[in-house]
Design a protein around this ligand. Structure first.
Ligand code: CDP
Ligand code: CDP
Length: 235
């Protein structure tokens, strides 16, 4: 029988990581975990508790609350994953531009990263998991059997995220603002001191600028099946 593996998907903002990860998990019968949702949930908490002042977060207050902060996931009736913050469903609340604009500084804080990394590693203990984020192949699961690094041109990614916000009825931001946010986050995420976004040496790279969702998912699934076959073959 096939061995279960760990699949790490990393890459820039809005390039199709979560769509790919969900499709893989569905096809393989694996668990899917959106690590970005965990950073977004902590960010939402900091905003709701008034921890921001003149563009700076009160690190001391956040660090004090961090041990009591619980991020978890549940499935709705349609099987879609929903993010919970201290048992409250915050799936919509964490996807706003307000959260997007604050999440990268929060994700650069060492005490936030260490707490969430431990939770992510615990979730992956049994293998049979697909996790997407920025540092999954480099820090969270450095021994993942399959690592995929996804990228696409910034303009393509901004247009995709913009269309997504519009389709959810979110009319608050322009395409220009979405592009600016995306470039800003890419910059902060790739230059921070701890676990910056970078391609793992053993990652397979997929530029999906010119690929449809079906095409990118097909490539990812073929890589996954190949890796599972290699790992399951008798030595
Ligand atoms: O979906 P989108 O590309 O907008 O971002 P996300 O995956 O929801 O992640 C939001 C933010 O969380 C990223 O811009 C990073 O700052 C942070 N993040 C991280 O630092 N490490 C991860 N493993 C996942 C997300
Ligand atoms: O998780 P990440 O932020 O990397 O991206 P996503 O949420 O999976 O994808 C962002 C948007 O781009 C979604 O609306 C996808 O449907 C769309 N997309 C696309 O149209 N074509 C692709 N090849 C990849 C993503």
């Amino acid at each position: 029988t096939d061995r279960k593996i760990t699949i790490a998907i990393d890459g820039y903002s809005s390039c199709g990581k979560s769509t790919m990860a969900k499709a893989l998990a569905r096809s393989l019968g694996y668990i899917y975990i959106d690590s970005g949702a965990m950073y977004r949930a902590v960010t939402l908490y900091s905003l709701r508790h008034g921890m921001w002042n003149q563009g700076e977060v009160d690190q001391e207050r956040l660090a004090k609350d961090m041990p009591q902060l619980k991020v978890s996931f549940k499935r709705d009736d349609l099987g879609q994953l929903r993010t919970l913050l201290n048992d409250e469903d915050v799936e919509e609340a964490i996807r706003t531009m307000e959260v997007s604009n604050r999440v990268s500084p929060i994700a650069a804080l060492p005490f936030v990263r260490s707490a969430l990394t431990l939770q992510q590693q615990a979730l992956g203990r049994e293998k049979g998991i697909v996790m997407d984020g920025r540092d999954i192949g480099t820090t969270v699961f450095p021994f993942a059997e399959l690592k995929i690094f996804v990228t696409a041109r910034p303009e393509v990614r901004a247009q995709r995220r913009f269309d997504e916000l519009r389709s959810k009825g979110d009319m608050t931001s322009t395409l220009e603002e979405v592009l600016t946010n995306l470039k800003e986050r890419d910059h902060i995420d790739s230059t921070r001191a701890i676990s910056p976004l970078r391609q793992a040496d053993d990652a397979r790279v997929l530029d999906n600028s010119e690929l449809t969702l079906d095409q990118q998912d097909a490539v990812a699934l073929s890589w996954a099946r190949e890796t599972i076959a290699q790992c399951s073959a008798p030595k």
